[in-house]
Design a protein around this ligand. Sequence first.
Ligand code: APR
Length: 249
Amino acid sequence: MSALLNQIKAGQSIVILTGAGISAESGLATFRASDGLWENHRVEDVATPEAFDRDPDLVQKFYNLRRKGVKDVIPNPAHEALAKLEKHWDGEVLIVTQNIDDLHERAGSKNLIHMHGEVLKIFCTKCAGGEMNEHVKKIEWHDDLFTNTPCPSCGESGGLRPDIVWFGEMPYEMDRIYNALAQCDLFISIGTSGNVYPAAGFVQHAQMNGSVTLECNLEPSNVSGAFHDHITGPAGQTIPELVNKILTS
Ligand code: APR
C-alpha cells in the first residue's frame, strides 16, 4: 500500500474520480472492453448528439439496454468502501464519477457528482429550450424510452433524451469539480482508462495544488505517468484495503 498515504492527515479533503472499472466487478462492461463495440457500432458513434439527430431510435435502444443492465446489478465492495470512507472520514470526501450507473448512491455515497449524467434520468429538449446542463429539469426514468414517447410535462413527443453527456457536450458541474480539485489534499482515480477529457486531466489540476495523487487500476492508464503512485489490481479488492488504510492513518 502506498507510503504516500502517511502524508494524509485527519480532516483533509479527498477527491475521488471513478470510471467504468469500478463497476466492472458488479457486472457492467467497461467502455473499452470488447473493442468498445456495441452491435458493430463504435460506442463513440452512438454517444453523440449527431448520432441522436441521425438515428434517434438506435440511440434510444442503446440506452434502453444500459438502463436494464443497471437494474440487474448491485454495488460491489469498492462502491461500499467509498461510501464507508465518506461516512467515517472527518474531512470532505467528494466522488466525481464518469459512470452513468447509480451504484455509488445505492452503496450509500452522498457527496457525488455524475459528470457524464445518469442513465436513470431523462430530460425534454423542448422544455429545456435547447439548453443542456446540470440545471435543466430532469425526470427519473426506469422504463424504455422511444422516439415517440410524449414528455410528461409538455406532452410533445420527439424531445425526450437520456440525461447523458455525449461526446462533444460539456460535462456537468465543472466549476464545482475544479474548485474541489484546487483544494484537495488527496486525489484518487479508480478504474478509468484516461482516454476522455476533461476527466483525464484532473490529476494535473490536483497536482498543481500540491495534492498527493494515486491511481488504482487493473493496468496503467493513458495518464499513469502523471500520478505519484499506483495501486494495481481489481477495485473490489484494492479499494476496501485502501479505505481501511486511510481511515487508520
Ligand atoms: N478494477 C479496477 N480497474 C478496472 C477493473 C477492475 N475490476 N476492470 C477494468 N478496469 C480498468 C480498465 O483497465 C480500464 O483502464 O478500468 C478502465 C476502464 O476504462 P474505460 O472502459 O475506458 O472507461 P472510462 O475510463 O470510465 O471511460 C471514460 O468514456 O465512453 C466514455 O463517457 C464514457 O464515462 C465514459 C468515458
